[in-house]
Design a protein around this ligand. Structure first.
Ligand code: DAT
Ligand code: MG
Length: 140
């Protein structure tokens, strides 16, 4: 597998509890390199645009409210097989199902407030990176 880039968000439940460093430590321990990172506060409209794929789901409004509730840290991660590797480091969407040692098993509060986002495929990774970062901000 080749070197890839994936997009990550450290979500409001984690930034609120000062967990950015602890989460970054797990990312780096897995061999992923943080090649771009910034702290931003999304509007509800921006969160809605980012999560537009989930617009029909019953939790969409709650999800957008949550993502806009407090600052987030958006990141680009680079490494061998980065997309699948980061999904492994994150753990399952519902922390109750997440494997021991994963970010969500250790830190997530609930299925809705689950500490991190990670892209699920190469096309969504490219789309999500360009939603938040310009090429000049990616320092590999
Ligand atoms: P993931 O974040 O693991 O890629 P997803 O893409 O299915 O999961 O959903 C996006 C986010 O939506 C998820 O991180 C939290 C929220 N969500 C998903 N399922 C939910 C549910 N059953 N109840 C509340 N929020 C949910
Ligand atoms: Mg997803």
């Amino acid at each position: 597998m080749a070197v890839q880039r994936t997009f990550s968000i450290i979500k409001p439940d984690a930034t609120r509890r000062n967990l950015t460093g602890a989460i970054n430590a797990k990312i780096e321990a897995a061999g992923l390199r943080i090649i771009a990172q910034k702290r931003i506060h999304l509007t509800k409209a921006q969160a809605g645009q980012f999560y537009a794929v989930h617009a029909a789901r019953p939790f969409y409004d709650e999800l957008c409210e949550f993502m806009a509730s407090e600052p987030v840290v958006v990141q680009v991660l680079e490494g061998e097989d980065a997309i699948v590797k980061y999904r492994e480091v994150m753990g399952a969407t519902n922390p109750a199902d997440a494997a021991a040692g994963t970010i969500r098993a250790e830190f997530a509060e609930s299925v809705g407030e689950n500490s991190v986002h990670g892209s699920d495929a190469p096309d969504t990774a490219a789309q999500e990176i360009s939603f938040f970062f310009s090429g000049l901000e990616l320092v590999g």
